[in-house]
Design a protein around this ligand. Structure first.
Ligand SMILES: Nc1nc2c(ncn2[C@@H]2O[C@H](COP(=O)(O)OP(=O)(O)OP(=O)(O)O)[C@@H](O)[C@H]2O)c(=O)[nH]1
Ligand SMILES: [Mg+2]
Length: 331
């Protein structure tokens, strides 16, 4: 964050202007501000907000090595052939470095790197609490504002952070492979609740039919729902079945934009985002505010004189103190 302390509001405005005019370097710089949760973030995002909501945001998740990046690569090629512009965000919560899987993603995406209609960005762990899903959401917004028609978000693995990241997507593709285990494991990982489309990739391998059947049976047991989750078989490396995934995604998008469900979902999402932003901002401001009062509650809690619960309640019961603590964002 420090590194960007010199970037004032004016600089950010200039970057936004350049980005909106199609400048990729400006887009990359803005993404770095977002990743670092820079001080000008709320102003930046609120400025971009009216320009967002156009892109189809598709999440790709599933077990390691299932073929998500290969599938993403094929979806990018398909979209480009149709003249659509594409953003790709590869999220790797497990790695604090931009190495390993991220490098792998880069290599697999090589063919699209020089294409001006494609923008690829990797995101890895941030220290701050809940930082990664927030950074991912804002990076997707930047790509949306930049004018991408399709934004693909790939997460590695199936943990809580990955599920949180997936919440930003309009449509979620869960990529499985024949050897991904049985239906019970899929349910345990929470994948059934989030999937809009199931893909059984590596259909060239033994067990693909069985996996598809098990999934179909599991889906039959669900209570009736207006959206029937399709199960699509692919061989991403051989470019087989990609058109079916594209068609399923187009149908899902149509479904979410045409049903009553949509307005409700969007309202709930916006409300959750408000709480989420307040959570991030308040935490940051509280840390700043508490540290700035040398004889305040923080010192008393640090020394052990006051227990943390009493300290917290003392602050919360005094509106003036509380307001003072959260007044400024930066130290
Ligand atoms: N046999 C077969 N192999 C495939 C297929 N699709 C992808 N692979 C291979 O599976 C391996 C993993 O593919 P990736 O696309 O990196 O999988 P991923 O899910 O992105 O992996 P992580 O990001 O590490 O979780 C690579 O060696 C691919 O070439 C397929 O349809 N059939
Ligand atoms: Mg990958």
């Amino acid at each position: 964050v420090r590194q960007f302390a010199d970037v004032g509001g004016d600089r950010t405005d200039a970057l936004v202007e350049r980005m909106l005019a199609g400048d990729r370097t400006a887009l990359a710089r803005l993404m770095t501000l977002v990743e670092n949760r820079a001080p000008e973030l709320p102003a930046l995002m609120s400025r971009l907000y009216p320009r967002t909501g156009r892109a189809h945001v598709v999440g790709l998740t599933g077990p390691p090595g299932a073929g998500k990046s290969t599938l993403a690569d094929r979806l990018v090629a398909h979209a480009r052939a149709a003249g659509r512009r594409v953003g790709v965000v590869a999220v790797d919560p497990s790695s604090p470095f931009s190495g390993g899987a991220v490098l792998g993603d880069r290599i697999r995406m090589q063919s699209h790197f020089l294409d001006p209609g494609v923008f690829i960005r990797s995101l890895s762990t941030r220290g701050s609490h809940g930082g990664l899903p927030r950074a991912a959401r804002d990076v997707v917004r930047l790509l949306d504002a930049y004018g991408m028609d399709l934004v693909l978000v790939e997460t590695v693995g199936v943990g809580q952070t990955e599920l949180d990241v997936m919440r930003l997507a309009d449509s979620i593709v869960v990529v499985l492979v024949p050897e991904a285990g049985d239906a019970v494991q899929i349910m345990k990982a929470g994948l059934l609740e989030i999937a809009d489309v199931f893909v059984v990739n590596k259909a060239d391998r033994d067990g693909a039919d069985r996996m598809q059947m098990e999934l179909a049976q599991m889906l039959h047991l669900r209570p009736p729902s207006p959206w029937d989750i399709p199960v699509v078989a692919t061989q991403a490396v051989r470019d087989v079945g990609i058109g079916d995934v594209v068609a399923a995604l187009a149908r899902h998008r149509e479904h979410v934009t045409s049903t009553d469900e949509r307005a409700g979902r969007a309202a709930a999402r916006r409300a959750a985002e408000l709480v989420d932003i307040l959570d991030e901002e308040l935490r940051r401001r509280l840390e700043t505010g508490l540290a700035a009062a040398p004889n305040g509650v923080l010192a008393s809690v640090r020394s052990g004189e006051t227990d943390p619960y009493s300290g917290a309640m003392r602050i919360l019961s005094d509106a003036t103190t509380l307001a003072g603590l959260v007044r400024t964002r930066e130290p």
